[in-house]
Write a protein that binds this ligand. Structure first.
Ligand code: F6P
Ligand code: MG
Length: 434
């Protein structure tokens, strides 16, 4: 297992990193290959596609054979940034291989290598190998989105809410947004888990799976007036489709009730971790809601959010930093401009597992380590993490967390033998540091 207070690495065979590199990566690769084969490309690029498939196979065997990493063969800005980082890495670590090097580093590296493969083609330079999966995920969660949209349209028409109702609504939006992170495609490749229950009832029943909950503190932070102008809240996005929908619900709450004039969403500049949001995903999502759904509630909410987007109340930015392998404690040094820009925000909300890993340095902390300590001085402004647990690093848990897990999973006979609660997306944390 990963030693305490050390970064996760693929070589620790009981860790999720090992499982991920050995078992999940082959699934990701066969999914991409399957989609490429299924797509009706024209004859002219058939050869090119076969070439891509060969390269994907080679890359997978590099991983499984624990080969050394190499530089990126591309001159894009992002690749050049990666190459500088790789150069430093080669100079500082004697062994830089898929399983030996920090898992956070190698897993990020995988996605720039995938990008390199497509960039080198003539016809697939901007091809997003995960696009279809993200589109399918929208279909699978449509019923749930309709239920939430119908609720929101009624709620948001009540402009004058008393403070108790406003706080209750905030809590609902925050929890909807939190649990939206359960449904990423990288864990359940190709199949986002269908959400069948009434989402508003479901979130109440899920409270018992929250192992640390700073919701009240976040609410108090929102209600402290500052002189920052314009009032901005930033959401550092994770996944497309349903999770993005829940992010926009929370953002709409902020805009409607004056907690922010602008919500800046941060997405990825290249296809990333299967389901992460890129700018084309963001725009496609808004258009699909407004123009391609049959539900009038989704059309209405889509229209409302498209208007926010046009009016500059919703903004999307895809800075390169999010697709580099840095932990966020390195941001002040590595991208001081971004650090400064984020500092002008009221609140930064980091969504999901990967953002969480980068926030806490992907270190195997003692679970009782405070979130603030685990951030290692990353504090441009107030920082919130909304994350369902999908890998083995965690911090900020209350001392009774084991009792809580035992209580929830008492019928589970594999409880003591694995760290399953850390990786199956069933548990969650809501942290604040300011
Ligand atoms: O494979 C690693 C990982 O970071 C997991 O920890 C998680 O399962 C997944 O990728 C991404 O999850 P999320 O979309 O919540 O960041
Ligand atoms: Mg993701």
């Amino acid at each position: 297992n990963t030693p305490k207070n050390e970064p996760l690495r693929g070589k620790y065979m009981k860790s999720f990193g090992y499982h991920s590199l050995m078992r999940r990566m082959p699934t990701v690769f066969s999914e991409i290959t399957g989609l490429l084969k299924a797509k009706q490309f024209n004859l002219a690029n058939k050869e090119e596609i076969n070439n891509v498939i060969d390269k994907l196979e080679l890359l997978l065997s590099e991983i499984l054979n624990n080969n050394p990493l190499r530089k990126i063969d591309s001159t894009s800005t992002l690749s050049l940034m990666w190459n500088q980082i790789l150069e430093k890495k080669f100079n500082s670590d004697s062994v830089v291989t898929w399983f030996e090097t920090e898992w956070l580093f190698t897993e990020n590296y995988l996605y720039i290598r995938l990008k390199e493969i497509f960039e080198k083609t003539k016809t697939l330079q901007n091809y997003d190998p995960f696009k279809q999966l993200k589109y399918n995920a929208f279909d699978e969660s449509e019923t749930t989105m309709i239920a939430i949209a119908e609720f929101l349209i009624i709620q948001f028409s009540k402009k004058e809410l008393d403070i108790t109702s406003l706080k209750a609504l905030f809590n609902q939006m925050l929890k909807i947004c939190l649990w939206g992170n359960r449904f990423d495609l990288s864990l359940n490749i190709g199949k986002s888990k269908n959400i069948t229950e009434d989402p508003l009832e479901a979130i109440v029943s899920l409270d018992k799976y929250i192992l640390a909950d700073h919701s009240d503190e976040i609410w108090n932070t929102l209600n402290v007036s500052t002189d920052k102008s314009p009032k901005i809240i930033d959401i550092i996005l994770d996944n497309s489709a349903y999770e993005l929908f829940t992010d926009m619900c929370l953002a709409d709450f902020f805009v409607t009730y004056g907690f922010a004039e602008v919500v800046v969403f941060h997405g990825k500049s290249i296809p990333w971790y299967v389901s992460d949001v890129t700018k084309p995903d963001f725009e496609h999502f808004l258009n699909r809601l407004e123009k391609q759904c049959t539900s009038s509630a989704l059309q209405k909410i889509g229209n409302r959010w498209n208007n926010y987007y046009t009016a500059g109340k919703f903004v999307i930015e895809c800075e390169e930093f999010w697709t580099l392998p840095h932990c966020y404690s390195a941001m002040a040094n590595e991208d001081s401009e971004l650090y400064k820009k984020l500092g002008t925000s009221q609140l930064l909300i980091f969504k999901g597992d990967l953002n969480y890993r980068k926030l806490i340095g992907d270190i195997n902390w003692e679970p009782s380590t405070t979130f603030k300590d685990a951030l290692c001085r990353f504090q441009p402004t107030a920082v919130v993490a909304l994350r369902t647990l999908k890998c083995d690093c965690v911090c900020g848990l209350n001392s009774d967390y084991e009792t809580k897990i035992d209580e929830n999973d008492k019928d589970n006979n594999y409880l003591s033998s694995t760290n399953y609660w850390q990786v199956n997306g069933k548990y969650a944390v809501v942290h604040l540091s300011k």
